[in-house]
Design a protein around this ligand. Sequence first.
Ligand code: PDD
Length: 286
Amino acid sequence: MSDIVFLNGEFVPLEKARIPVLDRGFIFGEGVYEVIPAYSRHPFRQPEHLRRLQRSLDAIRLANPMTDAEWTRLIHDLIARNVGEDQSIYLQVTRGAAKRDHAFPKDAKPTVFMMSSPLATPTREMVERGAAAVSATDYRWLRCDVKVTSLLANCLLRQHALDAGVEEVVLFRDGYLTEGSACNVLVVRNGTLLAPPKNHLVLPGITCDVVLELAAAKSVPVEVREITQDEVLSADELWLTSSAKEVLAITTLDGRPVGSGKPGAVFKAIHQAFQEFKRKVMRQAA
Ligand code: PDD
């Protein structure tokens, strides 16, 4: 069975989907996107993802081409048309095709694209081992809070990690932690969970919010504040969060063990809480 994608009002097989080469998503990387995990065919935290999509569209001054009810119907339709109980739903809106000119075109129609891929959450072995990461300088632009499709810096940084034989980068700007190339990064020190402030330097992660809620529910002290590079390098635990990776421990940084070099006690409690929470939400949705 071929992958079915949604493009500008139609569901079509992936290999039949075509966009004009003058699409501003292709020419300028001018678009926004979301990645929504679906467990047992139920989208997880969809209202929050649609809210962030609206925020991204507002930031690039592009009108939302659909209502939330229309997005919801399409997301469910896309999930139903694709195989796999757990899917990763990608949706993207660009400013559409127009003669190449940096200024916004007067009458371009936004391009709306959606696809589904298998949701590959970390295996049990990965959860028990944790991920390896290297530190890097965050040289991205100053609107990292907007989920834009122009991800060149993120791609270069991810490749930097892979070339170093590790999975992710932990990014620092002016001596402070920001995030990873495709994830948020959290720190545990002396039993307190630290998260960088939600400002223009990090993407407001939906998974990160879930993890902070679960930590608060488990009475883990949470502090949202600027975190220095020294605090990260001497952390007891480091975690990454994203819709694809859920919550995963970073157990080595720059070749040195983080804490004991194994996923820590706070991580284990929150990872378990995350799995239980997911199951509860899916039972309620069923
Ligand atoms: N990335 N920070 C960055 C730079 C990201 O790209 C992502 C997600 C996150 C985590 O956000 P969330 O928890 O809402 O997934 C943080 C997605 C998965 C991607 O680009 O594929």
